[in-house]
Ligand binder design. Sequence first.
Ligand SMILES: C[S@@+](CC[C@H](N)C(=O)[O-])C[C@H]1O[C@@H](n2cnc3c(N)ncnc32)[C@H](O)[C@@H]1O
Length: 268
Amino acid sequence: MRKINDLDLKKWKQYKDIITDSLWIFEERDKSGPHKGDYHGNFVPQIPYQLIRRFTKKDDVVLDAFLGSGTTLIECRRLQRNGIGIELLPEIAELAKERINQKSLFDGRVFTEVLVGDSTKIETRNKVNEILKFYNRKNVQLIILHPPYHDIIKFSDNPNDLSNAGSVEDFLNLFDKVVTNFIDLLEINHYLAVIIGDKYEKSEWIPLGFMILQRLLIRDDLKLKSIVVKNMVNNRAKRNQENLWRYRALVGGFYIFKHEYILLLQKK
Ligand SMILES: C[S@@+](CC[C@H](N)C(=O)[O-])C[C@H]1O[C@@H](n2cnc3c(N)ncnc32)[C@H](O)[C@@H]1O
């Protein structure tokens, strides 16, 4: 079987930065270079860094269908991987482009393309296909999906924005559409990573992570490789309000979210 990363297993003891446990705890966000950490709902750059190092080689292609501020593509450039990112909102795609195209990241060896589009739509998949054809590629070697956690953060008023899905069921159906839209582009034996957290609704814990996993498990083209639990650093709304949240948790009989999931599946 073809190797899917550039790690030299003869030197495995030297890769101290590569995580192999299913519990990821990052004390601090990587804010180096163009990573600002200021886009509401962005993930820490250490997530795409780990995934890209473990599951791709130099010159492979990474697809991120919920690009946001471009974290994945910045890491792609740093690690010499090609990247394609899709973002529904033109102004956010523009912000991502500005960050990705910083001179310090450009070395001309890889391509990085940002598409404005709706990842649930076939037209968007066709555009990704055109990009791949243009660069003489047939498929991608890693797909990263970091969708809105349903309506926890409302990203826009756009009806195609997954954060505007009318119900949890609608949200899951739209997410399924995105997976179905792009899974054919993923090379066999390569990985799909989904980063997702849970939510509360009417004082009930809604396990979006488990629900998405359930949808992924019934597919016959993917097999589950890992469920990673990652710590969540307080979001802006909760920062400086720890005591208030502790009080609410004690009164309400619940625990405060401190983790999210990275679901790792391999294409069969
Ligand atoms: C959780 S954020 C991703 C953040 C990203 N990982 C980062 O580090 O900046 C989800 C993004 O998905 C976008 N989005 C929502 N619905 C979409 C759709 N149907 N197609 C493409 N992008 C969508 C939102 O605008 C938002 O920027």
